[in-house]
Design a protein around this ligand. Structure first.
Ligand SMILES: CC(C)(COP(=O)(O)OP(=O)(O)OC[C@H]1O[C@@H](n2cnc3c(N)ncnc32)[C@H](O)[C@@H]1OP(=O)(O)O)[C@@H](O)C(=O)NCCC(=O)NCCS
Length: 135
């Protein structure tokens, strides 16, 4: 699965001129595979999307979405919504209270999706918003 994720992210990162992931993709994916909870979406043995999140903050019950990505040719079919729902179900089952994420201010489609799914902006940085959903 690691190589499938690296390939997908390389394709998506080039859409963002390298701004989505500005550090080593291989190392980033290795960390995701080893430390995050990951739900992949396959179609005919091809990875077409995934969500990865950390559920380590057992004290404050705050989870953090590290990545949500859907292959360009499969967008607009509700895959991202489905993956967010899977993540939320997982987090609710293990008693997490908040689901946080960061998004580039320029990423209008992702911001629209997150708002639709109940996330609100809780912090505004120079390049990114921090958003949170109460689970
Ligand atoms: C953001 C992303 C994950 C959405 O994936 P998707 O599977 O196409 O999303 P869905 O089909 O589940 O769309 C759900 C909602 O998101 C919003 N949305 C998704 N793509 C959109 C677009 N291009 N323009 C406007 N709104 C969009 C809409 O509100 C949509 O609901 P609707 O279809 O009822 O209008 C996908 O575009 C992607 O992988 N982008 C590149 C990576 C990225 O930006 N990840 C987020 C990093 S924080």
């Amino acid at each position: 699965m690691k190589e499938d994720i690296v390939d997908l992210l390389k394709r998506i990162n080039s859409e963002f001129s390298g701004r989505l992931i500005s550090f080593g993709i291989e190392e980033y994916v290795l960390k995701l595979v080893n430390k995050s909870v990951l739900y992949p979406e396959y179609l005919n043995d091809r990875l077409i999307g995934f969500i990865a999140f950390y559920a380590n903050d057992t004290e404050f019950k705050i989870a953090y979405m590290s990545m949500l990505a859907v292959d360009k040719s499969h967008r607009g079919n509700g895959i991202a919504v489905k993956l967010i729902c899977k993540a939320e179900d997982h987090l609710k089952k293990i008693g997490f209270k908040y689901f946080d994420l960061e998004v580039l201010k320029s990423n209008v489609s992702a911001i629209k999706l997150y708002k639709k799914k109940g996330f609100s902006i809780i912090e505004e940085g120079t390049k990114r918003y921090k958003m949170r959903k109460l689970l």
